[in-house]
Write a protein that binds this ligand. Sequence first.
Ligand code: NDP
Ligand code: 2IT
Length: 445
Amino acid sequence: MNPYVEEVYDDVLKRDPNEPEFHQAVHEVLESISLAVDKHPEYQETRLLERLVEPERQIIFRVPWVDDNGEVQVNRGYRVEFNSALGPYKGGLRFHKSVNRNIIKFLGFEQIFKNALTAQGIGGGKGGSDFDPHGRSDTEIMRFCQQFMTELYRHIGEQTDVPAGDIGVGGREIGYLFGMYKRLTNRFESGVLTGKSLNWGGSLVRTEATGYGTVLFAQSMLDVKGETLDGKRVVVSGSGNVSIYAVEKAQQLGADVVTVSDSSGWVLDEDGIDVELLKQIKEVERGRIKEYADRKKGVKFFSGSRPWEVPCDIALPCATQNELNDKDAKRLIENGVKAVSEGANMPSTPDAVDMFQEADVLFGPGKAANAGGVATSALEMEQNASRASWSFEKAEGRLTEIMKNIHDDAYATSEEYGRPGDYVLGANITGFERVATAMLEQGIV
Ligand code: NDP
Ligand code: 2IT
Protein backbone atom coordinates (compact mmCIF):
# COMPACT_ATOMS: atom_id res chain seq x y z
CA MET A 1 0.00 0.00 0.00
CA ASN A 2 1.03 3.60 -0.62
CA PRO A 3 2.64 4.94 2.65
CA TYR A 4 0.23 7.89 2.89
CA VAL A 5 -2.72 5.51 2.56
CA GLU A 6 -1.28 3.28 5.29
CA GLU A 7 -0.77 6.25 7.59
CA VAL A 8 -4.39 7.31 7.15
CA TYR A 9 -5.65 3.79 7.86
CA ASP A 10 -3.53 3.54 11.06
CA ASP A 11 -4.99 6.86 12.22
CA VAL A 12 -8.53 5.57 11.66
CA LEU A 13 -7.77 2.51 13.81
CA LYS A 14 -6.34 4.68 16.58
CA ARG A 15 -9.03 7.32 16.50
CA ASP A 16 -12.05 5.02 16.62
CA PRO A 17 -10.72 1.66 17.82
CA ASN A 18 -14.04 -0.08 18.40
CA GLU A 19 -15.55 0.14 14.92
CA PRO A 20 -14.71 -3.12 13.11
CA GLU A 21 -17.18 -2.84 10.22
CA PHE A 22 -16.14 0.77 9.62
CA HIS A 23 -12.49 -0.31 9.58
CA GLN A 24 -13.34 -3.10 7.14
CA ALA A 25 -15.12 -0.71 4.77
CA VAL A 26 -12.32 1.88 4.95
CA HIS A 27 -9.60 -0.73 4.48
CA GLU A 28 -11.24 -2.13 1.37
CA VAL A 29 -11.50 1.29 -0.26
CA LEU A 30 -8.04 2.51 0.77
CA GLU A 31 -6.39 -0.69 -0.40
CA SER A 32 -7.89 -0.44 -3.84
CA ILE A 33 -7.35 3.29 -4.38
CA SER A 34 -3.68 3.06 -3.39
CA LEU A 35 -2.59 2.97 -7.05
CA ALA A 36 -4.63 6.09 -7.83
CA VAL A 37 -3.18 7.91 -4.82
CA ASP A 38 0.37 7.18 -6.08
CA LYS A 39 -0.38 9.41 -9.07
CA HIS A 40 -1.70 12.39 -7.09
CA PRO A 41 0.63 14.00 -4.51
CA GLU A 42 -1.97 16.77 -4.10
CA TYR A 43 -4.19 14.35 -2.18
CA GLN A 44 -1.62 14.17 0.58
CA GLU A 45 -0.85 17.90 0.43
CA THR A 46 -4.53 18.70 1.00
CA ARG A 47 -5.03 15.87 3.54
CA LEU A 48 -7.79 14.65 1.31
CA LEU A 49 -7.92 11.11 2.66
CA GLU A 50 -8.05 12.27 6.28
CA ARG A 51 -11.02 14.41 5.34
CA LEU A 52 -12.64 11.58 3.38
CA VAL A 53 -12.64 9.14 6.32
CA GLU A 54 -14.01 11.70 8.79
CA PRO A 55 -17.77 12.32 8.47
CA GLU A 56 -18.72 15.95 7.88
CA ARG A 57 -21.30 15.66 10.67
CA GLN A 58 -22.56 12.92 13.02
CA ILE A 59 -25.84 13.28 14.83
CA ILE A 60 -26.80 10.94 17.68
CA PHE A 61 -30.08 11.45 19.49
CA ARG A 62 -32.49 9.96 22.00
CA VAL A 63 -35.74 8.49 20.68
CA PRO A 64 -38.21 7.94 23.53
CA TRP A 65 -41.59 6.43 22.64
CA VAL A 66 -44.49 4.64 24.29
CA ASP A 67 -45.31 1.04 23.32
CA ASP A 68 -48.77 -0.55 23.12
CA ASN A 69 -48.58 -1.60 26.78
CA GLY A 70 -48.02 1.99 27.86
CA GLU A 71 -44.35 1.29 28.64
CA VAL A 72 -41.76 3.93 27.79
CA GLN A 73 -39.02 2.69 25.45
CA VAL A 74 -35.78 4.53 24.74
CA ASN A 75 -33.85 3.96 21.53
CA ARG A 76 -30.91 5.74 19.96
CA GLY A 77 -31.14 7.50 16.58
CA TYR A 78 -28.30 8.28 14.18
CA ARG A 79 -27.63 10.29 11.06
CA VAL A 80 -24.09 10.36 9.73
CA GLU A 81 -23.67 13.01 7.03
CA PHE A 82 -20.49 11.72 5.52
CA ASN A 83 -19.62 13.62 2.38
CA SER A 84 -21.38 16.34 0.37
CA ALA A 85 -18.77 16.99 -2.34
CA LEU A 86 -21.07 15.75 -5.11
CA GLY A 87 -24.49 16.76 -3.80
CA PRO A 88 -26.82 16.63 -0.81
CA TYR A 89 -26.18 13.74 1.58
CA LYS A 90 -28.17 10.74 0.38
CA GLY A 91 -28.64 7.31 1.90
CA GLY A 92 -31.03 5.08 3.75
CA LEU A 93 -32.23 4.66 7.32
CA ARG A 94 -31.77 1.25 8.96
CA PHE A 95 -33.94 0.10 11.87
CA HIS A 96 -32.32 -3.03 13.31
CA LYS A 97 -31.26 -4.07 16.78
CA SER A 98 -27.61 -4.29 15.68
CA VAL A 99 -27.41 -0.61 14.65
CA ASN A 100 -24.71 1.48 16.32
CA ARG A 101 -22.39 4.28 15.24
CA ASN A 102 -19.92 1.82 13.72
CA ILE A 103 -22.57 0.24 11.49
CA ILE A 104 -23.96 3.59 10.35
CA LYS A 105 -20.45 4.87 9.63
CA PHE A 106 -19.57 1.83 7.53
CA LEU A 107 -22.78 2.20 5.55
CA GLY A 108 -22.34 5.97 5.17
CA PHE A 109 -18.75 5.53 3.97
CA GLU A 110 -19.76 2.97 1.34
CA GLN A 111 -22.59 5.23 0.25
CA ILE A 112 -20.16 8.02 -0.76
CA PHE A 113 -18.58 5.91 -3.51
CA LYS A 114 -21.77 4.12 -4.53
CA ASN A 115 -23.53 7.42 -5.02
CA ALA A 116 -20.57 8.82 -6.96
CA LEU A 117 -20.75 5.79 -9.27
CA THR A 118 -24.34 6.62 -10.19
CA ALA A 119 -23.11 10.00 -11.57
CA GLN A 120 -26.33 11.67 -10.40
CA GLY A 121 -24.97 14.41 -8.12
CA ILE A 122 -25.60 12.88 -4.69
CA GLY A 123 -23.38 12.91 -1.60
CA GLY A 124 -23.18 10.12 0.96
CA GLY A 125 -24.94 9.63 4.30
CA LYS A 126 -26.74 7.01 6.35
CA GLY A 127 -28.85 6.84 9.48
CA GLY A 128 -31.08 4.66 11.55
CA SER A 129 -31.79 3.33 14.98
CA ASP A 130 -31.27 0.31 17.21
CA PHE A 131 -35.09 0.02 17.28
CA ASP A 132 -36.15 -3.57 16.46
CA PRO A 133 -39.35 -3.54 14.38
CA HIS A 134 -39.91 -7.32 14.58
CA GLY A 135 -43.19 -8.08 16.33
CA ARG A 136 -44.15 -4.41 16.72
CA SER A 137 -47.69 -3.33 15.86
CA ASP A 138 -48.43 -0.84 13.13
CA THR A 139 -49.22 1.89 15.68
CA GLU A 140 -45.94 1.24 17.49
CA ILE A 141 -44.07 1.59 14.20
CA MET A 142 -45.93 4.86 13.54
CA ARG A 143 -45.18 6.27 17.00
CA PHE A 144 -41.54 5.31 16.73
CA CYS A 145 -41.18 6.90 13.27
CA GLN A 146 -42.87 10.08 14.49
CA GLN A 147 -40.61 10.38 17.51
CA PHE A 148 -37.54 9.66 15.38
CA MET A 149 -38.52 12.47 13.02
CA THR A 150 -39.03 15.02 15.83
CA GLU A 151 -35.22 15.22 15.95
CA LEU A 152 -34.20 14.19 12.43
CA TYR A 153 -36.26 16.95 10.75
CA ARG A 154 -33.78 19.64 11.90
CA HIS A 155 -31.00 18.07 9.90
CA ILE A 156 -32.59 17.03 6.60
CA GLY A 157 -34.04 18.81 3.56
CA GLU A 158 -34.31 18.34 -0.18
CA GLN A 159 -31.08 20.32 -0.76
CA THR A 160 -29.36 19.16 2.44
CA ASP A 161 -29.85 15.50 3.27
CA VAL A 162 -32.34 13.06 1.74
CA PRO A 163 -32.95 9.82 3.67
CA ALA A 164 -34.67 6.69 2.29
CA GLY A 165 -35.16 3.06 3.35
CA ASP A 166 -32.78 0.26 4.25
CA ILE A 167 -33.18 -2.80 6.53
CA GLY A 168 -36.39 -2.42 8.54
CA VAL A 169 -37.47 0.74 6.71
CA GLY A 170 -39.76 0.50 3.67
CA GLY A 171 -42.74 2.34 2.23
CA ARG A 172 -44.81 2.18 5.43
CA GLU A 173 -42.07 3.79 7.55
CA ILE A 174 -41.27 6.42 4.91
CA GLY A 175 -44.97 7.38 4.97
CA TYR A 176 -45.00 7.92 8.74
CA LEU A 177 -41.67 9.77 8.62
CA PHE A 178 -42.88 12.04 5.82
CA GLY A 179 -46.16 12.78 7.62
CA MET A 180 -44.32 13.98 10.71
CA TYR A 181 -41.77 15.97 8.70
CA LYS A 182 -44.62 17.78 6.94
CA ARG A 183 -46.36 18.53 10.22
CA LEU A 184 -43.20 19.85 11.88
CA THR A 185 -42.09 22.04 8.98
CA ASN A 186 -45.45 22.97 7.47
CA ARG A 187 -43.97 22.15 4.06
CA PHE A 188 -44.92 19.49 1.52
CA GLU A 189 -41.30 18.99 0.55
CA SER A 190 -41.49 15.93 -1.72
CA GLY A 191 -37.75 15.66 -2.29
CA VAL A 192 -36.84 15.35 1.39
CA LEU A 193 -37.34 11.57 1.47
CA THR A 194 -37.34 8.90 -1.24
CA GLY A 195 -39.12 5.58 -1.41
CA LYS A 196 -42.43 7.40 -0.98
CA SER A 197 -45.82 5.99 -1.87
CA LEU A 198 -46.84 6.31 -5.51
CA ASN A 199 -49.90 8.28 -4.29
CA TRP A 200 -47.87 11.29 -3.18
CA GLY A 201 -44.56 11.66 -4.96
CA GLY A 202 -42.98 8.20 -5.09
CA SER A 203 -41.44 6.80 -8.24
CA LEU A 204 -42.41 3.65 -10.05
CA VAL A 205 -39.57 1.09 -9.95
CA ARG A 206 -38.07 2.40 -6.65
CA THR A 207 -39.46 -0.67 -4.83
CA GLU A 208 -37.96 -3.03 -7.40
CA ALA A 209 -34.80 -1.03 -8.13
CA THR A 210 -32.12 -2.49 -5.86
CA GLY A 211 -32.91 -6.14 -6.56
CA TYR A 212 -33.43 -5.51 -10.28
CA GLY A 213 -30.16 -3.58 -10.43
CA THR A 214 -28.20 -6.33 -8.70
CA VAL A 215 -29.35 -8.82 -11.31
CA LEU A 216 -28.69 -6.37 -14.17
CA PHE A 217 -25.15 -5.96 -12.83
CA ALA A 218 -24.69 -9.76 -12.81
CA GLN A 219 -25.99 -9.84 -16.36
CA SER A 220 -23.45 -7.20 -17.48
CA MET A 221 -20.59 -9.15 -15.86
CA LEU A 222 -21.71 -12.38 -17.58
CA ASP A 223 -22.05 -10.52 -20.87
CA VAL A 224 -18.31 -9.72 -20.86
CA LYS A 225 -17.72 -13.50 -20.82
CA GLY A 226 -20.30 -14.10 -23.55
CA GLU A 227 -22.79 -15.67 -21.13
CA THR A 228 -26.35 -14.88 -20.02
CA LEU A 229 -28.56 -15.59 -17.03
CA ASP A 230 -30.81 -17.86 -19.03
CA GLY A 231 -30.96 -21.31 -17.44
CA LYS A 232 -28.54 -20.39 -14.65
CA ARG A 233 -29.19 -21.68 -11.13
CA VAL A 234 -29.33 -18.85 -8.62
CA VAL A 235 -29.07 -18.80 -4.82
CA VAL A 236 -30.41 -15.71 -3.02
CA SER A 237 -30.12 -14.83 0.68
CA GLY A 238 -32.61 -12.62 2.52
CA SER A 239 -36.28 -12.23 1.73
CA GLY A 240 -36.75 -8.50 2.13
CA ASN A 241 -37.02 -5.69 -0.37
CA VAL A 242 -33.76 -6.37 -2.21
CA SER A 243 -34.11 -10.17 -2.30
CA ILE A 244 -37.70 -10.29 -3.53
CA TYR A 245 -36.98 -8.16 -6.58
CA ALA A 246 -33.67 -9.86 -7.26
CA VAL A 247 -35.63 -13.12 -7.48
CA GLU A 248 -38.21 -11.49 -9.75
CA LYS A 249 -35.69 -10.01 -12.21
CA ALA A 250 -33.53 -13.15 -12.29
CA GLN A 251 -36.62 -15.17 -13.19
CA GLN A 252 -37.61 -12.65 -15.88
CA LEU A 253 -34.17 -13.22 -17.41
CA GLY A 254 -34.66 -16.99 -17.46
CA ALA A 255 -32.78 -18.04 -14.32
CA ASP A 256 -33.89 -20.70 -11.82
CA VAL A 257 -33.89 -19.23 -8.32
CA VAL A 258 -33.96 -21.92 -5.65
CA THR A 259 -33.39 -20.26 -2.25
CA VAL A 260 -34.34 -17.28 -0.06
CA SER A 261 -33.74 -16.78 3.67
CA ASP A 262 -34.33 -14.65 6.75
CA SER A 263 -32.58 -14.43 10.11
CA SER A 264 -34.19 -17.68 11.26
CA GLY A 265 -33.16 -19.89 8.32
CA TRP A 266 -33.55 -20.54 4.60
CA VAL A 267 -35.76 -22.43 2.18
CA LEU A 268 -34.84 -24.62 -0.78
CA ASP A 269 -37.44 -24.74 -3.54
CA GLU A 270 -36.21 -26.88 -6.42
CA ASP A 271 -39.27 -25.91 -8.50
CA GLY A 272 -38.21 -22.26 -8.39
CA ILE A 273 -39.23 -19.61 -5.85
CA ASP A 274 -42.89 -18.58 -6.21
CA VAL A 275 -42.39 -14.83 -6.07
CA GLU A 276 -46.09 -14.04 -5.57
CA LEU A 277 -46.25 -16.32 -2.53
CA LEU A 278 -43.03 -14.76 -1.24
CA LYS A 279 -44.51 -11.25 -1.60
CA GLN A 280 -47.71 -12.34 0.14
CA ILE A 281 -45.81 -13.75 3.14
CA LYS A 282 -43.17 -11.03 3.42
CA GLU A 283 -44.74 -7.82 2.10
CA VAL A 284 -48.41 -8.32 2.99
CA GLU A 285 -48.37 -10.55 6.08
CA ARG A 286 -44.87 -9.58 7.32
CA GLY A 287 -44.36 -13.25 8.24
CA ARG A 288 -41.35 -15.55 8.59
CA ILE A 289 -39.71 -17.47 5.73
CA LYS A 290 -40.57 -20.82 7.33
CA GLU A 291 -44.19 -20.14 6.37
CA TYR A 292 -43.13 -20.36 2.71
CA ALA A 293 -42.08 -23.97 3.30
CA ASP A 294 -45.25 -24.65 5.31
CA ARG A 295 -47.41 -23.40 2.44
CA LYS A 296 -45.72 -24.85 -0.66
CA LYS A 297 -45.29 -28.54 -1.40
CA GLY A 298 -41.80 -29.97 -1.73
CA VAL A 299 -40.05 -26.96 -0.16
CA LYS A 300 -37.48 -27.64 2.56
CA PHE A 301 -36.73 -25.29 5.49
CA PHE A 302 -33.30 -25.24 7.16
CA SER A 303 -33.05 -23.36 10.43
CA GLY A 304 -30.18 -21.29 11.74
CA SER A 305 -27.87 -21.22 8.70
CA ARG A 306 -27.41 -19.60 5.28
CA PRO A 307 -28.00 -21.01 1.82
CA TRP A 308 -24.42 -21.00 0.49
CA GLU A 309 -24.07 -24.79 0.59
CA VAL A 310 -26.53 -25.15 -2.29
CA PRO A 311 -24.74 -25.72 -5.63
CA CYS A 312 -25.38 -22.81 -8.00
CA ASP A 313 -24.04 -20.76 -10.91
CA ILE A 314 -24.85 -17.37 -9.39
CA ALA A 315 -24.95 -16.25 -5.75
CA LEU A 316 -26.80 -13.07 -4.75
CA PRO A 317 -26.21 -12.16 -1.10
CA CYS A 318 -29.04 -9.70 -0.35
CA ALA A 319 -29.49 -9.77 3.46
CA THR A 320 -26.76 -8.10 5.51
CA GLN A 321 -23.05 -7.41 6.10
CA ASN A 322 -20.56 -10.28 6.49
CA GLU A 323 -23.17 -12.96 5.77
CA LEU A 324 -20.85 -14.83 3.39
CA ASN A 325 -17.44 -15.85 4.81
CA ASP A 326 -14.35 -17.73 3.60
CA LYS A 327 -15.88 -21.14 4.30
CA ASP A 328 -19.00 -20.20 2.33
CA ALA A 329 -16.85 -18.89 -0.52
CA LYS A 330 -14.84 -22.13 -0.59
CA ARG A 331 -18.04 -24.16 -0.77
CA LEU A 332 -19.50 -21.98 -3.52
CA ILE A 333 -16.28 -22.20 -5.56
CA GLU A 334 -16.09 -25.99 -5.14
CA ASN A 335 -19.68 -26.14 -6.34
CA GLY A 336 -18.80 -24.19 -9.48
CA VAL A 337 -20.19 -20.70 -8.85
CA LYS A 338 -19.56 -18.38 -11.82
CA ALA A 339 -20.67 -15.00 -10.50
CA VAL A 340 -21.48 -13.23 -7.23
CA SER A 341 -23.40 -9.96 -7.30
CA GLU A 342 -23.87 -8.22 -3.94
CA GLY A 343 -27.38 -6.89 -3.32
CA ALA A 344 -26.58 -6.19 0.34
CA ASN A 345 -23.93 -3.78 1.61
CA MET A 346 -20.61 -5.57 2.30
CA PRO A 347 -22.16 -9.06 2.58
CA SER A 348 -18.92 -10.88 1.71
CA THR A 349 -16.03 -10.87 4.19
CA PRO A 350 -12.64 -9.68 2.85
CA ASP A 351 -11.34 -13.28 2.78
CA ALA A 352 -14.35 -14.39 0.77
CA VAL A 353 -13.81 -11.58 -1.76
CA ASP A 354 -10.14 -12.54 -2.17
CA MET A 355 -11.09 -16.17 -2.74
CA PHE A 356 -13.67 -15.31 -5.40
CA GLN A 357 -11.20 -13.10 -7.22
CA GLU A 358 -8.39 -15.66 -7.04
CA ALA A 359 -10.73 -18.32 -8.42
CA ASP A 360 -11.77 -16.01 -11.32
CA VAL A 361 -15.36 -15.86 -10.14
CA LEU A 362 -17.01 -12.69 -11.48
CA PHE A 363 -17.47 -10.54 -8.38
CA GLY A 364 -19.72 -7.46 -8.32
CA PRO A 365 -19.17 -5.48 -5.08
CA GLY A 366 -22.22 -3.96 -3.38
CA LYS A 367 -21.15 -0.40 -4.09
CA ALA A 368 -21.63 -1.06 -7.78
CA ALA A 369 -24.09 -3.97 -7.83
CA ASN A 370 -26.68 -2.54 -5.42
CA ALA A 371 -26.48 1.07 -6.60
CA GLY A 372 -29.76 0.73 -8.49
CA GLY A 373 -31.75 1.54 -5.34
CA VAL A 374 -30.13 4.87 -4.63
CA ALA A 375 -29.97 5.64 -8.36
CA THR A 376 -33.74 5.28 -8.59
CA SER A 377 -34.05 7.41 -5.45
CA ALA A 378 -32.22 10.11 -7.39
CA LEU A 379 -34.67 9.56 -10.26
CA GLU A 380 -37.48 10.06 -7.73
CA MET A 381 -35.85 13.36 -6.69
CA GLU A 382 -35.62 14.34 -10.37
CA GLN A 383 -39.34 13.65 -10.85
CA ASN A 384 -40.23 15.54 -7.64
CA ALA A 385 -38.19 18.57 -8.72
CA SER A 386 -40.02 18.74 -12.06
CA ARG A 387 -43.41 17.64 -10.62
CA ALA A 388 -43.45 14.73 -13.09
CA SER A 389 -44.40 11.03 -12.77
CA TRP A 390 -42.71 8.74 -15.22
CA SER A 391 -44.11 5.46 -16.53
CA PHE A 392 -42.70 2.16 -15.28
CA GLU A 393 -41.01 1.67 -18.66
CA LYS A 394 -39.30 5.04 -18.56
CA ALA A 395 -38.04 4.60 -14.97
CA GLU A 396 -36.86 1.05 -15.63
CA GLY A 397 -35.17 2.19 -18.83
CA ARG A 398 -33.22 4.84 -16.91
CA LEU A 399 -32.28 2.30 -14.20
CA THR A 400 -31.04 -0.17 -16.82
CA GLU A 401 -28.95 2.52 -18.49
CA ILE A 402 -27.42 3.64 -15.15
CA MET A 403 -26.54 0.06 -14.12
CA LYS A 404 -24.90 -0.54 -17.50
CA ASN A 405 -22.87 2.66 -17.15
CA ILE A 406 -21.76 1.72 -13.63
CA HIS A 407 -20.62 -1.67 -14.89
CA ASP A 408 -18.85 -0.23 -17.93
CA ASP A 409 -17.15 2.58 -15.98
CA ALA A 410 -15.90 0.14 -13.30
CA TYR A 411 -14.71 -2.27 -15.99
CA ALA A 412 -12.92 0.48 -17.93
CA THR A 413 -11.11 1.61 -14.76
CA SER A 414 -10.11 -1.98 -13.96
CA GLU A 415 -8.56 -2.20 -17.44
CA GLU A 416 -6.84 1.17 -17.08
CA TYR A 417 -5.14 -0.04 -13.89
CA GLY A 418 -4.08 -3.33 -15.47
CA ARG A 419 -6.57 -5.52 -13.61
CA PRO A 420 -9.38 -6.16 -16.15
CA GLY A 421 -12.48 -7.59 -14.48
CA ASP A 422 -11.47 -6.54 -10.94
CA TYR A 423 -14.71 -4.73 -10.18
CA VAL A 424 -13.68 -3.98 -6.59
CA LEU A 425 -10.73 -1.94 -7.79
CA GLY A 426 -12.67 -0.51 -10.73
CA ALA A 427 -15.68 0.62 -8.69
CA ASN A 428 -13.64 2.01 -5.81
CA ILE A 429 -11.27 4.03 -7.99
CA THR A 430 -14.04 5.33 -10.25
CA GLY A 431 -16.16 6.50 -7.31
CA PHE A 432 -13.18 7.83 -5.37
CA GLU A 433 -11.77 9.90 -8.24
CA ARG A 434 -15.11 11.65 -8.78
CA VAL A 435 -15.36 12.57 -5.11
CA ALA A 436 -11.65 13.51 -4.82
CA THR A 437 -11.81 15.84 -7.82
CA ALA A 438 -14.84 17.64 -6.37
CA MET A 439 -13.17 17.92 -2.96
CA LEU A 440 -10.02 19.43 -4.48
CA GLU A 441 -12.09 21.94 -6.46
CA GLN A 442 -14.10 22.96 -3.38
CA GLY A 443 -11.06 23.71 -1.20
CA ILE A 444 -10.35 22.76 2.41
CA VAL A 445 -13.87 22.40 3.82
P1 NDP B 1 -35.30 -5.67 4.47
O1 NDP B 1 -35.48 -5.21 5.86
O2 NDP B 1 -36.39 -5.49 3.49
O3 NDP B 1 -34.87 -7.20 4.44
C1 NDP B 1 -33.74 -7.64 5.11
C2 NDP B 1 -33.64 -9.14 4.94
O4 NDP B 1 -32.38 -9.57 5.41
C3 NDP B 1 -34.68 -9.89 5.77
O5 NDP B 1 -34.99 -11.10 5.15
C4 NDP B 1 -33.95 -10.09 7.09
O6 NDP B 1 -34.42 -11.17 7.86
C5 NDP B 1 -32.55 -10.39 6.58
N1 NDP B 1 -31.57 -9.99 7.58
C6 NDP B 1 -31.37 -8.75 8.07
N2 NDP B 1 -30.41 -8.77 9.01
C7 NDP B 1 -30.01 -10.04 9.10
C8 NDP B 1 -29.04 -10.69 9.90
N3 NDP B 1 -28.30 -10.01 10.79
N4 NDP B 1 -28.87 -12.03 9.72
C9 NDP B 1 -29.63 -12.72 8.84
N5 NDP B 1 -30.58 -12.15 8.05
C10 NDP B 1 -30.75 -10.83 8.19
O7 NDP B 1 -33.96 -4.92 3.96
P2 NDP B 1 -33.47 -4.66 2.46
O8 NDP B 1 -33.86 -5.79 1.59
O9 NDP B 1 -33.86 -3.29 2.10
O10 NDP B 1 -31.88 -4.64 2.66
C11 NDP B 1 -31.08 -5.80 2.53
C12 NDP B 1 -29.63 -5.40 2.27
O11 NDP B 1 -29.56 -4.61 1.07
C13 NDP B 1 -28.99 -4.55 3.36
O12 NDP B 1 -27.60 -4.85 3.40
C14 NDP B 1 -29.15 -3.13 2.82
O13 NDP B 1 -28.21 -2.24 3.36
C15 NDP B 1 -28.92 -3.38 1.34
N6 NDP B 1 -29.44 -2.37 0.42
C16 NDP B 1 -30.76 -2.00 0.43
C17 NDP B 1 -31.23 -1.08 -0.47
C18 NDP B 1 -32.65 -0.70 -0.56
O14 NDP B 1 -33.00 0.07 -1.45
N7 NDP B 1 -33.53 -1.20 0.29
C19 NDP B 1 -30.31 -0.43 -1.43
C20 NDP B 1 -28.97 -0.95 -1.43
C21 NDP B 1 -28.57 -1.87 -0.51
P3 NDP B 1 -35.31 -10.89 9.20
O15 NDP B 1 -36.60 -10.32 8.72
O16 NDP B 1 -35.41 -12.21 9.85
O17 NDP B 1 -34.53 -9.89 10.01
O1 2IT C 1 -27.79 1.24 0.74
C1 2IT C 1 -28.47 1.94 -0.04
O2 2IT C 1 -28.01 2.36 -1.10
C2 2IT C 1 -29.86 2.21 0.34
N1 2IT C 1 -30.31 1.74 1.37
C3 2IT C 1 -30.70 3.10 -0.53
C4 2IT C 1 -30.39 4.55 -0.29
C5 2IT C 1 -31.31 5.54 -0.94
O3 2IT C 1 -31.14 6.72 -0.64
O4 2IT C 1 -32.16 5.18 -1.76
